[in-house]
Design a protein around this ligand. Sequence first.
Ligand SMILES: NC(=O)C1=CN([C@@H]2O[C@H](COP(=O)(O)OP(=O)(O)OC[C@H]3O[C@@H](n4cnc5c(N)ncnc54)[C@H](O)[C@@H]3O)[C@@H](O)[C@H]2O)C=CC1
Ligand SMILES: CC(C)CC(=O)C(=O)O
Ligand SMILES: [Mg+2]
Length: 345
Amino acid sequence: MSRTISLAVIPGDGIGQEVVAQGLKVLTAVLPQDVKLETKQYDLGAKRWHATGETLTDAELEQLRQHDAILLGAIGDPSVPSGVLERGLLLKLRFAFDHYVNLRPSKLFPNTETPLAGRPDIDFVVVREGTEGPYVGNGGSIRTGTPAEVANEVSVNTAYGVERVVRDAYARAQARPRKKLTLVHKNNVLVHAGHLWKNTFDRVGEEYPEVTTDYLHVDAATIFLVNDPARFDVIVTDNLFGDIITDLAAAVSGGIGLAASGNINPAGDFPSMFEPVHGSAPDIAGTGKADPTATVLSVALLLRHLGLEAEAVRVEDAVTADLAGRAAARTTDEIGDALTVRVAG
Ligand SMILES: NC(=O)C1=CN([C@@H]2O[C@H](COP(=O)(O)OP(=O)(O)OC[C@H]3O[C@@H](n4cnc5c(N)ncnc54)[C@H](O)[C@@H]3O)[C@@H](O)[C@H]2O)C=CC1
Ligand SMILES: CC(C)CC(=O)C(=O)O
Ligand SMILES: [Mg+2]
């Protein structure tokens, strides 16, 4: 039976434009003939903000909601005050579409660079909470701009929000061969949120006797991510810690240009959104140096989410083969073309 995928595309800013073009090429090439792709591009980001002062309107949010999934490049530009686009567009989307599971796999592909000695066997996934924590915008400042300024940024952690993401992480750990789940937090200092997370983690864990668990404070977790990353299988953590440790995870497992992510709404009430872990990289935008592989691997997560498992594997296999043979530096387009040829052939 034929099927149509309705995909919203938000290239965004900087290298987002460049890498999304490659991701779309690969996606188009990998789909079987009986799956039709309908894309609608949303020109959101810095240019739009400069032209209209808008980041994301309610009408656009409603249009986006109608799609099966969203592919996003990156948001943020030095010409826009920091936070305006990140909060007003990217986080607004994640919150509005209840993307409470921010899935960030880390794998050390063959022939990729790692600063770690001995090429450890890195293959873990971070389940980062995506709708709470200090990112909710629960803050403010008084006496702003004076030497007496006081600024707050409150981390919001609800029993409901913590439990649902912890449950998702247990289910993922249960489904993986090693069946191991690590909670990363800082409950020796952030005692209120930390204890909610730890108590929830322990309680839900009773339902998963086959899953081995451990707990690490986030500072110690950064040591192990460098010294012994092979110890990790599934990590569950809050929004801020997850943001930070997944950039570190990317750096030790082939670089930020390979790190994919999915902002998942597991219930399917809203479209899930797939994007590379990296940002808009203004330092290399327009140079052709951006590696589109992270976006292509995000396309694989998108395909898997839509039930196209064989196609997801084809994309991942193409990346593995391409990285194994990748010798000289190549441009964004060249990498995208090579991956397109591989998935098509
Ligand atoms: N999901 C998103 O849309 C995100 C947006 N941002 C925004 O992006 C802007 C730049 O943020 P930064 O902190 O500089 O982080 P960034 O991830 O854009 O760049 C950090 C470093 O990684 C390099 N890099 C990033 N992606 C790469 C790729 N595909 N290939 C090769 N090198 C790559 C950059 O050149 C830079 O040296 C800011 O406005 C920030 O708020 C940052 C992170 C995520
Ligand atoms: C720009 C932030 C809102 C997001 C971020 O850094 C991330 O999700 O990795
Ligand atoms: Mg980040």
